[in-house]
Design a protein around this ligand. Structure first.
Ligand SMILES: [Zn+2]
Ligand SMILES: [Zn+2]
Length: 147
C-alpha cells in the first residue's frame, strides 16, 4: 500500500526496490514533470534568480529559455565554469561541486546494511569488501570478479 496515496497494488519486489513508487503517484509525478518542463520552455534564464546570478554565457539571458537543451556557460559560487544545460544547472547545480560532495557522502555497504555485509563472501569478491562498495552499487561493477 502506498504511504502517499493509500493505493493498494501488486508489484514485483525487485521493481519496488529499484523504484518504490506506486502507479498512481508515478502518474502524478510524470504529469507534474511534463508541466514543469512546458513551463521551463517559456521561462528565460533572467527570470530565475539563481540561474541569472550564475550566468556566464555570451548569450543574452533574456533570450535563452531554461528548457533549452544547448550547453551554456555558468559560474558557480566556488568559481567553477561548467558548460551544461540550464535545467541541469538548476536541478543539480555545479557538476564539479557535486562531484566533490558525492565523494564525501559515499555510503558504504558496511555502514548502511550490516546484515548484508555479514553475507559478503570473504574470498570471491576480489578487492571488494563491504567497506569499499557503496550500498547502491550496480551489479556490473562486482559480478566480473566471479559470482
Ligand atoms: Zn501512491
Ligand atoms: Zn562548482
Amino acid at each position: 500500500m502506498c504511504p502517499e496515496c493509500a493505493l493498494q497494488f501488486t508489484e514485483q519486489v525487485y521493481l519496488m526496490v529499484q523504484n518504490p513508487d506506486c502507479p498512481a503517484c508515478r502518474e502524478v509525478a510524470s504529469a507534474a514533470w511534463k508541466e514543469r518542463w512546458a513551463r521551463l520552455k517559456v521561462t528565460s534564464i533572467s527570470e530565475i534568480p539563481e540561474l541569472a546570478a550564475a550566468w556566464a554565457d555570451d548569450a543574452d539571458p533574456r533570450t535563452v529559455m531554461v528548457g533549452d537543451f544547448g550547453m551554456r556557460k555558468f559560474r558557480c559560487s566556488a568559481g567553477h565554469m561548467p558548460r551544461i544545460s540550464p535545467s541541469r544547472f538548476l536541478d543539480a547545480g555545479c557538476p564539479h561541486c557535486r562531484g566533490v560532495r558525492s565523494q564525501e557522502n559515499k555510503q558504504w555497504l558496511a555502514d548502511i546494511s550490516p546484515e548484508l555485509a555479514k553475507q559478503w563472501h570473504p574470498t570471491r569478491n576480489g578487492r571488494y569488501t563491504p567497506a569499499n562498495v557503496v550500498w547502491d552499487s550496480k551489479p556490473g561493477s562486482v559480478d566480473r570478479v566471479g559470482w
